[in-house]
Design a protein around this ligand. Structure first.
Ligand code: HEM
Length: 489
């Protein structure tokens, strides 16, 4: 009797536990079944995953090696399958999406369902600590450290340097029959960024570093084959040379043998890095990342902008009339941040050039769990690419998208529709600097010269990570009548 009364609550407890377990498993099975059904109803995006193992990698690589550029690979599939499609490149499933809703859902929701993911070849060339490739926890830490370096003072001094180099370069154009805008813009941006980051000014060293950085970027979209003679191998070797040179500089700074006011010095001073075992790789990988993220992007955008203005003389003349009224157009005057605020029409030209050139064509994000996009099922591990180029040329977002029309930006753009610098937690860190450099180049150019593009070919450079003109945008210039700023420098 006593035994029975003791057992009764125990039996009840066991029954309750069994009930909880059964309910748990039944609901788990029901959820799984519902997910399977949803998956079946939604279906995967259309598209071909190509051949076993290599997928459509060959077609992608061939597009990189053509004058239409790698976006042609995407464009062809968009034409075949529509706005959302899937493919397989370098062993991974990629989905391309191009609506404002997807951009908002994916770029605005990075830490939960999506995380940034570049191709392995890019990550290897930039380094494991690069901000561009870091996963979100680590990214937050590195981004904070790097953002702290973009101070007002560093911005003012970089703008000054960029302006001085631009004026000097333009003075040398006076004597030349034809000049390559891209080549000179690459030189100017490279020098300004290197000065800001590592105070590198010695001509021979700057040229060697620029050559190596170029080799690294050219390897970024190549087959990741590490055999001597391959593009990827050459890129890795160039990276090693860059790392060795940067390491030497870092050691000099750490020992107090050299001291400059630049990003490298700020990293060395950063106390929060003192006990971080990955501090050195973080510094070196991110100096390289900043050079690559800042130089070719800005210079390519400048070359496109000069081409668009050549094709739209009325806009160029309107801009010139406005810029000539500014004090900075007078001989010997220096550029300050406040001058940039006076350039509202020029800013719209910069923005429209960035829309049309879309220097970063798409933004890759890996799905951290099964989810959906544009009405299709997306599996965990797939890479969803926000196709910024498609959005910038979507006529439901931009009226007459093929028409170069800076005045379209008289009104604010819809949120998530202008993606030249990305949006969300991964927005470009150098956005203001890039815009400032483009504005300065533009201002100095229109107030110094009229120009004519001598080769209107719009073919793209092969293997370019950021679409840039193969011709380099060659121009012939004629000084503006009565202007004497060209004799500066
Ligand atoms: C016209 C020139 C430029 C363009 C079009 C551009 C575009 C972009 C875009 C679209 C992203 C975001 C990519 C994504 O979300 O996946 C990005 C990120 C970044 N950019 Fe730029 N950029 C330019 C210039 C610069 C400059 C001058 C610097 C610095 C010197 C810079 C540094 C960075 C860095 C560090 C990131 C990574 C941010 C992060 O992941 O948190 N960029 N850029």
């Amino acid at each position: 009797m006593i035994m029975n009364s003791l057992m009764y609550p125990l039996v009840l407890l066991l029954q309750l536990l069994a009930l909880i377990l059964v309910t748990y498993f039944v609901s788990k099975i029901a959820i799984k079944a519902r997910e399977r059904k949803k998956k079946e109803i939604l279906g995967a995006p259309p598209g071909s995953c190509g051949l076993p193992f290599i997928g459509e990698t060959l077609a992608f690589v061939m597009a990189n090696n053509s004058s239409k550029g790698f976006y042609d690979f995407v464009q062809k599939r968009r034409n075949l399958y529509g706005n959302c499609f899937k493919t397989n490149i370098f062993g991974e499933t990629h989905v391309f999406v191009s609506s404002i809703e997807s951009a908002k859902a994916i770029l605005g929701n990075e830490s939960f369902d999506f995380s940034k993911r570049y191709m392995r070849s890019i990550a290897e060339l930039l380094g494991g600590q690069s901000l561009l490739c870091a996963s979100h926890e680590h990214h937050r830490l590195i981004r904070r450290r790097i953002s702290n370096l973009f101070t007002l003072d560093s911005m003012i001094s970089t703008i000054r340097i960029f302006d001085e180099l631009t004026v000097k370069t333009f003075a040398s154009w006076k004597e030349k029959e034809s000049v390559s805008v891209l080549n000179d813009a690459l030189k100017i941006t490279f020098r300004a960024i290197c000065k800001m980051l590592i105070s590198l000014e010695e001509e021979h060293e700057v040229e060697m570093l620029q050559k190596d950085v170029f080799e690294v970027t050219e390897a970024m979209l190549a087959f990741p084959l590490k055999f001597p003679g391959t593009r990827f191998y050459r890129g890795l070797k160039a990276r090693r040379r860059i790392m060795n040179a940067l390491k030497k500089m870092l050691n000099f700074r750490r020992k107090g043998l050299e001291c400059h006011e630049d990003f490298l010095q700020s990293f060395v001073r950063d106390k929060s890095m003192a006990n971080d075992p990955s501090a050195d790789s973080q510094i070196l990988d991110n100096i390289l990342t900043l050079i690559i993220a800042g130089q070719i992007t800005t210079a390519s955008a400048i070359a496109w902008m000069v081409k668009y203005l050549d094709e739209n003389q009325d806009i160029q003349e309107r801009l010139r009339a406005l810029q000539l009224q500014l004090p900075t157009s007078r001989n010997g005057s220096k550029f300050g941040l406040e001058d940039l605020n006076e350039m509202s029409y020029a800013s719209k030209i910069v923005k429209e050039s960035l829309r049309m050139a879309t220097i970063v064509s798409w933004f890759p994000r890996v799905a951290l769990k099964d989810c959906q996009a544009e009405g299709f099922h997306i599996e965990k591990g797939w890479i969803v690419n926000i196709d910024a180029r498609a959005m910038h040329f979507d006529q439901t977002i931009y009226d007459e998208p093929l028409h170069f029309n800076p005045s379209r930006f008289n009104e604010e753009s819809k949120p998530y529709s202008f993606l030249a610098f990305g949006v969300g937690g991964r927005t470009c860190l150098g956005m203001n600097l890039a815009k400032a450099m483009m504005l300065i180049f533009l201002h100095r150019l229109v107030t110094t010269y009229r120009w004519k593009v001598t080769d209107p070919d719009s073919s793209l450079e092969k293997w370019a990570l950021f679409p840039r003109l193969r011709s380099g945008c060659p121009i012939s210039v004629s000084p503006i009548a009565g202007d004497d700023t060209v004799s500066q420098g």
